[in-house]
Ligand binder design. Structure first.
Ligand SMILES: [Zn+2]
Length: 173
């Protein structure tokens, strides 16, 4: 397994719509990619990581929202499609492509998502709370949307200013 480089904002790949994974792309290579993505995500202390964040403009992400002392809840979602949302949650959100930046983002509380596993098998997840937040955030990455785009205009401006300052100081690469 390998730890991959994480692309930080404003890497252009983060703002591109990801290509669907084609039927001939399923198999051992995709499985290996997902294992590398888990390793990269866990090394960086994240709960989700999407392919654009490692420079691949494709519709696949990995997630594991288990707490520190809980058993792993690893999921690979290929070609995710949000089929239902309801409710609302307002809370802090972070992103491995925005190191150190946490902002309040409004998301839906419950999500039903349809996706395929690394083997191509379709499945559905019906989740709430942090898992729902994670799926919405990572599916956004597959669509070329970053969490800045989901903030209020005021929060977005403040976040951009903060990023500029960090870039100037060489603390954001
Ligand atoms: Zn992210």
């Amino acid at each position: 397994m390998a730890i991959l480089d994480i692309i930080h904002y404003p890497g252009p790949v983060l703002m591109q719509m990801g290509d669907p994974i084609r039927i001939d792309e399923f198999g051992p290579d995709l499985k290996k990619l997902s294992m590398d993505m888990f390793e990269t995500m866990e090394a960086a202390g994240g709960v989700g990581l999407a392919a654009p964040q490692i420079g691949l403009s494709k519709r696949i992400f990995v997630m594991d929202v288990a707490g520190k002392d809980e058993t792993r809840q690893r999921h690979v979602l290929v070609n995710p499609q949000i089929v239902h949302v309801e409710g609302e949650q307002i809370g802090d959100e972070g992103c491995l492509s925005f190191p150190g930046l946490y902002q309040v983002v409004r998301r839906e509380m419950r999500v039903i998502v349809r996706a395929q596993g690394a083997d191509g098998e379709p499945f559905e997840l019906d989740v709430e709370d942090l898992a729902a937040r994670c799926i919405l955030h990572e599916t956004d990455h597959c669509d070329g949307i970053v969490f800045l785009d989901r903030m209020t205009a005021l929060k977005r401006e403040l976040a951009k200013r903060r990023i500029k300052r960090l870039q100037k100081n060489g603390e954001w690469k």
